[in-house]
Design a protein around this ligand. Structure first.
Ligand code: GDP
Length: 364
């Protein structure tokens, strides 16, 4: 087949991978002009489709943003914050200001203190060398907080273009599609635009002053839980709605498993409450610490599920913590968190290598 290029965005057409840039079904090749599925959906349904890039291509794209004078809107998944970081983002976008937006707030219990969530995000960002101009929360899928985000964008862009960046699955398409609907654009208004010097295309949404808001391709991040398990398991792990607390009274040297994906050993001292916040379909199992290794070995994928039987996971990594806040959360990025009541508790947390595990002051 001769090489074909999309008449809309200029990307090279391919017919193999529906999730990659430039995909068009074979039947579309009969048409003249040929357009990729992404441009087709944009033109006919006013809808953007998520496309992703890998490592170097993504970083090249970010570096090109550093050559612009623009506001960078950086979307992260509040439920999988460690899995949604783009390492070195601040360096790649140069001197451009970054507005950090945490999505999927609806998964958190209503009693969550948003200010505590924001300060945790800010601290995590600083640990990544990122200094956002501001941090805001939203639920793109529930259409909640979008007006705040839009007015924040307007305030910080100070008349400049806007680039929306993020890893896959953080909700970037959901967010941009809402913006498109809000603008109520006809199909002539939204355009795909080629980034000079590359074949990467950007969806441009015109703002009210001849400037544009650009949707950029996402990057696949190996640290996201989604990459460790099969799709059917991921659906069980990812809560569809607000997570509900489950309270456990643990004695010294007792262990809780969250399916076969996370484990916490409560070492002591004394008896204590641990509260698990995770999807209802992630089975929680309690055992004696001395039996935990053996149980994991024998029951991964059965009693300890998800993941499904036969899934090969990276080895578990151990993190030791001692709580020094009145209440603390041990966060398993992408899976949920466990609140430990009271100061001075000693715990060991385990998760497959690559899944972020961290301690924060309780957000509830
Ligand atoms: P993208 O890969 O960043 O473009 O992400 P998508 O917009 O395709 O969303 C990824 C997944 O997250 C989908 O299953 C969405 O339904 C879900 N999602 C997006 N926004 C939200 C949100 O605000 N809350 C919840 N609970 N889920 C969301």
């Amino acid at each position: 087949m001769d090489e074909l290029y999309c008449a809309g965005c200029g990307v090279k057409i391919q017919t193999n991978d529906p999730n990659a840039l430039g995909y068009a079904p074979t039947s579309a090749l009969q048409h003249d002009p040929v357009v990729c599925q992404r441009c087709f959906r944009l033109a006919h349904y006013n809808e953007i489709q998520d496309v992703s890039l890998t490592g170097d291509d993504f970083l090249n794209m970010l570096s090109r943003i550093s050559e612009k004078d623009a506001l960078v809107v950086y979307l992260v998944d509040l439920f999988d914050i460690a899995g949604s970081w783009v390492p070195g983002l601040q360096r790649f976008v140069g001197n451009n200001p970054v507005l950090l937006v945490g999505n999927k707030q609806d998964l958190f219990p209503k009693s969550t203190n948003p200010n505590k969530l924001i300060s945790w995000m800010r601290r995590s960002a600083h640990e990544q060398g990122l200094k956002p101009v501001d941090v805001v929360l939203m639920s793109a899928a529930k259409n909640h907080g979008l007006d705040d985000v839009a007015s924040c964008i307007d305030y910080y862009r100070k008349g400049r273009d806007v680039y929306v960046v993020g890893t896959t699955n953080v909700g970037k398409s959901t967010f941009i599609n809402h913006l498109i609907q809000q603008l109520g654009s006809g199909d002539s208004v939204i355009t795909t635009s080629k980034f000079p010097g590359t074949t990467l295309d950007f969806i441009a949404i015109p703002l009210d002053d001849d400037r544009n808001l650009y949707d950029t391709p996402g990057v696949v991040n190996d640290h996201q839980v989604a990459h460790f398990v099969e799709t059917r398991d991921y659906k069980k792990i990812m809560p569809g709605k607000e997570v509900k607390p489950k309270v456990f009274q643990l004695n010294e040297n007792q262990t809780l498993f969250l399916g076969g994906l996370a484990r916490i050993d409560y070492i002591g001292p004394a008896k204590r409450s641990l509260i698990v916040y995770a999807a209802g379909s992630l089975l929680i199992h309690r055992t004696k610490m001395e039996q935990a290794d053996d149980l994991y070995e024998r029951q991964l994928g059965r009693l300890l599920a998800p993941p499904s039987e036969g899934t090969s996971l990276p080895a578990m990594v151990r993190y030791d913590f001692r709580t020094d806040e009145p209440d603390s959360d041990v966060v398993f990025s992408g899976l949920g968190w466990i609140t430990i009541k009271g100061k001075g508790a000693r715990v060991s947390a385990y998760a497959p290598k690559g899944i972020g595990v961290s301690l924060r002051p309780s957000i509830i």
